[in-house]
Every structure is written in structure tokens, then in C-alpha cells.
Ligand binder design. Structure first.
Ligand code: HEC
Length: 175
């Protein structure tokens, strides 16, 4: 099962990271306020894995958009299919902010199209994610009501939400 093996991989990567940090001789720091000993290396994010996870999430979002576009191009769109795709978009859009933890931007040295602006204007980035969540919810509602006009309008809003965020927070695509 793909999920299980990737979880296993992440676990072994963590063990490796921990043992490597031990080899480096990095000393756990004492927390002055509590006297507790904390190791700052624990809980560090793997930038490469996180970037891959968010790219997969965006790919899934794009797939839902494409499927809905195909439905709306038909003379009789399948509203149930559109509603289902919209539900997936809501769920995936809700994951966006958490997939951009500090340290996973261009400064990580990993290949990413994320601009540093994301971490400079976190509230704006969150608001841009919320726009997509809201548009996807409106899309689901309109599709459930089998209201073609409202479905098309919400689909357009979702598209604007992609563009709005990409214009401000994603490195311009050269291809
Ligand atoms: C809140 C901001 C935001 C919203 C909303 C958003 N995106 Fe993105 N998108 C990004 C950023 C940032 C990246 C670059 C991620 C990276 O390379 O680390 C990206 C990357 C992508 C990618 C490339 C993934 C890959 O494999 O590299 C696709 C495709 C994509 N977005 C499609 C969409 C579509 C379609 C929508 C709307 C339905 C959308 N995005 C909405 C910010 C957003």
C-alpha cells in the first residue's frame, strides 16, 4: 500500500535524521524557563518531502478543476460529479496553509516555485487559500442544486482564486 510504505519511509528518514544529528554532536539545549531539556532537531521539517506533498496536493486540486471543466463543456454536465470534485477541492484547499511551514521556501535550496512572499505575508497567503475554499464550497452548493449558471460562476471564481494566489505567491512559470 502506497500510504503505508511512504509512512514507513518517513519514519526511517526521521530515525536517520535523529541519528545523524547525534553524530554531529549537537547538544540538547536547556530551556531556561522550565529547565526541561529540548532537542531543537526534533520536529524539524524535511523541506523536500513537504514540497513534494504540497505539489501533490496542488496536482489533485488541478485534476478536480480539469474534471469539472470537462463536465461544464458538455451539453448536460454531471452535477453529482462536479459536486464530488468540489468536495475534494474544499478538502485539499484546506490543507494548503499547513503545507507551507517555515523553512520550506526558496531558502531551503530545494526546487520550489514558492516565493518568499508567502512567509512575509502569511495572512495574505491564508486569505488566498480561503478564497479557494469559499469558491469550492460555492461550487459544491451550486452543483448540488443543479444550478448551471451558479455552477459556472463558482467554477470561474475558483479559477480566479488559483490565478490570484499564483500571481502573488508562485514563481512565474516559464513554460
Ligand atoms: C493560496 C495560494 C494558492 C492557491 C489558492 C492555488 N495555488 Fe497552485 N500553487 C501555489 C504555490 C505557492 C505553488 C508552488 C508550490 C511549490 O512549488 O512549492 C503552486 C503550484 C501549483 C501547481 C504545480 C504543482 C507541481 O507539481 O509543481 C499546480 C498544477 C497548481 N498550483 C494548480 C492550482 C490550481 C488549479 C489552483 C486553483 C484551483 C491553485 N493551484 C490554487 C499556490 C496556490
Amino acid at each position: 500500500m502506497a500510504l503505508k510504505s511512504s509512512a514507513g519511509l518517513a519514519a526511517s528518514a526521521l530515525v536517520l535524521a535523529l541519528s545523524l544529528s547525534a553524530c554531529n554532536g549537537s547538544k540538547p539545549e536547556a530551556d531556561a524557563s522550565t529547565g526541561a531539556v529540548v532537542d531543537s532537531s526534533i520536529g524539524a521539517v524535511d523541506a523536500g518531502d513537504t514540497i513534494e506533498a504540497r505539489e501533490d496536493n496542488f496536482k489533485a486540486i488541478a485534476k478536480s478543476m480539469k474534471a469539472n471543466k470537462a463536465e461544464l463543456d458538455k451539453s448536460t454536465p454531471d452535477f453529482d460529479a462536479i459536486a464530488k470534485n468540489a468536495t475534494a477541492m474544499v478538502e485539499n484547499a484546506e490543507k494548503i496553509p499547513a503545507l507551507f511551514p517555515a523553512g520550506t521556501g526558496p531558502e531551503s535550496g530545494e526546487k520550489t516555485e514558492a516565493l518568499a512572499t508567502i512567509w512575509q505575508k502569511p495572512d495574505d497567503f491564508k486569505a488566498a487559500s480561503t478564497k479557494l475554499i469559499d469558491a469550492s464550497m460555492a461550487l459544491r452548493t451550486a452543483a448540488e442544486a443543479k444550478d448551471l449558471t451558479a455552477t459556472k460562476a463558482a467554477f470561474g471564481q475558483a479559477g480566479m482564486a488559483c490565478k490570484g494566489c499564483h500571481d502573488e505567491f508562485r514563481k512565474e512559470d516559464k513554460d
